[in-house]
Design a protein around this ligand. Structure first.
Ligand SMILES: C[S@@+](CC[C@H](N)C(=O)[O-])C[C@H]1O[C@@H](n2cnc3c(N)ncnc32)[C@H](O)[C@@H]1O
Length: 262
């Protein structure tokens, strides 16, 4: 029997329903990604560059050599992340599912310098930030206090000031993201020729400044300017002075200002 036209959904309505279902489950993607990073699944598969496709029990054996764990649940997580192109799925002749890393998955494995995007993912999904995200609507309904403060009983600056582990994670996440980016940028940009003093506003550990100065010897003075808590863990870098302050109040003088966000 033919359905009445008004009861039939259009193709775009079908797509809309699928899209809203996917959005409703979106949380499963970052949470599963964080879980596999914490369990060191990408390193277990990569194993020094072999990237050999492995079954879930084989991966479990590598991450838990002492035994235990649930391979079926690990496989569920791997299959879901495969649909987001983190892992590639391979079928053996006996029908077993095996998993290797895609190019995206490989970004979660530390390179020869220990750099990885895994720290960036962990930084953005730490418990205190996740609690604040649950209150994002309050920025509209009651913007008098920032969500981080409402959720955690202290402001974000005080949190990073107090928690060295959080500062270290932030530093690692910035390095993992910024060093590959800066390598690429400095290969193609030569605007620092002849410049003597550069201030990096929001420079965090000062790594971008260090890379600029090693490519452009004319830059003899680097000023790494960041909020006071951020420069607490900044390492000593020859030629770089770490200055604490708020860019909305002042920015130290220099020949050139550099600024790069995450
Ligand atoms: C996303 S990180 C970028 C770090 C670095 N530029 C990089 O690309 O690796 C942003 C930095 O800006 C700093 N920041 C945020 N607000 C600031 C302000 N008002 N004044 C100075 N620094 C600030 C943060 O502390 C943090 O280190």
């Amino acid at each position: 029997m033919e359905m009445k036209k008004e009861n039939r959904s259009t193709e775009s309505e079908d797509k809309a329903r699928l899209a809203i279902l996917e959005l409703s489950h979106m949380m499963s993607v970052p949470m599963s990604l964080v879980a596999v990073i914490k369990m060191k699944v990408p390193e277990a598969i990569w194993e020094g560059g072999s990237n050999t496709p492995l079954t879930a029990p084989q991966i479990l054996h590598r991450i838990r050599p002492q035994g235990g764990g649930d391979a079926d649940n690990l496989q569920r997580i791997l299959r879901m992340l495969t649909s987001y192109n983190i892992f590639a799925e391979h079928f053996s002749q006996t029908g077993e599912r095996k998993y290797s890393l895609t190019h995206i998955g490989k970004t979660l494995v530390p390179d020869s310098q220990g750099l990885t995007y895994a720290s960036f993912m962990l930084q953005h999904h730490q418990e205190e930030l996740m609690r604040a995200w649950q209150l994002v609507g309050e920025t509209v309904e009651d913007p008098t206090t920032e969500p981080f403060m409402k959720a955690n009983g202290e402001g974000v600056l005080s949190y990073y000031n107090r928690r060295e582990d959080a500062r270290v994670l932030l530093g690692k996440s910035m390095r993992g993201m910024s060093i590959p980016f800066m390598r690429e940028l400095l290969e193609n940009y030569d605007g620092f020729h002849g410049v003597e003093t550069v201030v990096d506003v929001g420079g965090n550990t000062g790594i971008c400044l260090q890379m600029i100065m090693s490519k452009f010897p004319s830059v003899r003075n680097g000023i790494n300017f960041d909020l006071p808590h951020s420069i607490l863990s900044a390492p000593q870098i020859p030629g770089v002075t770490h200055v604490g302050g708020n860019a909305f109040d002042f920015v130290p003088e220099a020949d050139a200002i550099f600024m790069k966000g995450g």
